[in-house]
Write a protein that binds this ligand. Sequence first.
Ligand code: ATP
Length: 239
Amino acid sequence: MSVALLKTERLSVAYGRVEAVREACIEIPAGGVVTVIGANGAGKTSLLNAVMGVLPSSGGVEFDGRALGAKPVEERVAAGLSLVPEKRELFAVMSVEDNLRLGAYRLGAGAIRTGLAETYARFPRLRERRGQKAGTLSGGERQMLAMGRALMGRPRLLMLDEPSLGLAPRIVKEIFAIVSELKATGVSILLVEQNARAALEIADWAYVMELGEIVMQGPAADLANDKRVIESYLGLGRH
Ligand code: ATP
């Protein structure tokens, strides 16, 4: 049996009286790729933000067997959690390389050097654009930079919030190929997506979220063949 790297226990998030996440229990095994799929507003982003500690929540989050309790974001980062937010949140007026450096800032000069070499090997496009301001990158390049910056910090769990959002199909393919490659390096991945088809293809395990609740879970390949999932999330109009 694989050990859970991350486990949420009845995790709930509320914005005033709006309950965005209700008692969500999810698990991510070490080295696994887990996806949470769901429609707009299902609560996926709120779930990630609660795990990262950017949003207050109730219930529990355990990472590597330890309760995170009220630990602030910086301590969660130091423990090995990393979130690539939906809005990417890059420093627009800084260069690609300086954005990357910031990702390994707390690890020191040696880690920055090796991190940059690894990042440029993984994302040759970022090497080409290393002097360019982040704010002038294309959508796909921005996503690569956001992922590269997160990986510079050597996370054990990489959380990706809608990495395919707003990208052309060809770029989406490229981003998902990179996610598959990352899996081979042993980093665990929690992928939140509206592009259910692509997410179910690369994940090992999947959760379906509706109106703040986890309503289904199972091996991703099984969910991809499930009648309800096909009807609601993989409908005919979507290719
Ligand atoms: P999307 O795919 O559109 O990003 P999501 O599944 O990530 O959706 P959330 O962004 O987590 O969903 O939103 C869940 C619910 O919480 C929605 O009903 C949303 O309107 C509400 N919500 C999110 N942020 C806030 C906020 N700051 N204040 C009030 N309500 C919010």
